[in-house]
Design a binder for this molecule. Sequence first.
Ligand code: ATP
Ligand code: MG
Length: 474
Amino acid sequence: MRDILETLLTREGYDVRLASSGEEGLELARALPFDAAFVDIMMPGLNGIATLDELRRIDEELAVIIITAFASVESAISAMKSGAFDYITKPFKNEEVLVVVRNALERRWLINENRNLRQNIQERYHKFANIIGKSPKMRQVFDLIIQAAPSRSTILIQGESGTGKELVARAIHTHSSRSERSFVTVNSGNLPPDLLESTLFGHVKGAFTGAVYPKKGMFDLADRGSIFFDEIGNVPLETQAKLLRVIQERDFMRLGGMETIKVDVRIIAATNVDLRQMMEEGHFREDLFYRLHVISIQLPPLRDRKDDIPILTQHFLRKYSDENKKGDLELTPEALDLLTEYDWPGNVRELENVIERAVVLTSGQRIGIELIPDHVRKTPNFAMPQFVVPPEGISFKDVITDFEKRLIESTLEAAGGVQKKAAELLHIKPTTLNEMIKRYDIRPRRKRHTVGDAVTPEPVESGAVAVPDLPRDS
Ligand SMILES: Nc1ncnc2c1ncn2[C@@H]1O[C@H](COP(=O)(O)OP(=O)(O)OP(=O)(O)O)[C@@H](O)[C@H]1O
Ligand SMILES: [Mg+2]
């Protein structure tokens, strides 16, 4: 196999050195500069992983490509975790080897590029690929993007809604060697399973009624590029198995087809649910979970990085004032204070919407607190009740149901009975609220006793739940 690789790579113009063991390889690496190393995982003496570790100590930017005999999740994952650039499985095709080597060299080049880039962002900008942030937490995210972008490894982006997961996914693609190719987004949630599969993998003629013509899928589109699975947690279990296959084997079959199709894609996935919990409950495949987790990027909620609020505000002010031709706009210090105090459950997206609205509505150049929506202006005087669980225990479901019901009732009152407004106050979709109203059979109440727009839950009367006096607005 060494000889085959030597012939193949030399023919392509690479300068190749052979080593018959891990130890010998290390010696070479200490003596000469290399761009890439192929290391078999099963070797007598120093095994592949140990050799990989030591090679990375000698040159941390060396692209180490692991060769495994079987596509076992464990050995491939532990190699990738220890910093392998990529892996190929035996038996391999020549083209496969050449693609991996080409990627490795491109990465080397990108690492240098990115090093300059990183210096630039840290010295001059609070911005990286349209992502605004100067908080230490966001800087860490930028660093991770820069480090992870050049490799082919699957990346999982986690974070609450509106924290910028899609922006990060795009930034990864843009800073990879695949940036010239497509970035394809899959919205996993809104399609029924079979339609999702035919969208992803395409189908052959006659695969189902109505499949008059064969069709290519998103994986074909994304070949040599990146594919972004938004809300990966929504992918049904059967489809998860097929995704795993694409990640491991780098091939797939069309719906109704027999032939396997090779594909070279980088998978980026995002989620705002706890995938680990889904996995523990059996709704997410364990093997896929670990496969996706090779590199994970956690996006902090906006309330945990409030030092970013002023520059984000500035950024959106400029963006929307340009869009609306409003000239130089600024926020009064009081208005900015309000924005900094608020907790932003909808994160950056919510902040962006608030600024856009203010820019559209303002008639002058200064935006004051009167243009900031009520719910941002009033620090909510909401406190969770204290729960005292009785010795005999209590039904979790009943308590939660009771709580939800009362919260909805109070919010409806605060919203003057307008469901759309109430849904807004609770940051849920009107259809979700409507479903809950029906489910709990909630009827409008006559008596009104609310403080402004704030949501004030009433004491829960169930004997098991004791509620202290709720703090009021001073
Ligand atoms: N750090 C940031 N800098 C500038 N704009 C941002 C930042 N984070 C988010 N945004 C903007 O906020 C909006 C929401 O971002 P994005 O769609 O990436 O969030 P998300 O995490 O994918 O949300 P969801 O889970 O709801 O899909 C977009 O308009 C995006 O441009
Ligand atoms: Mg998104």
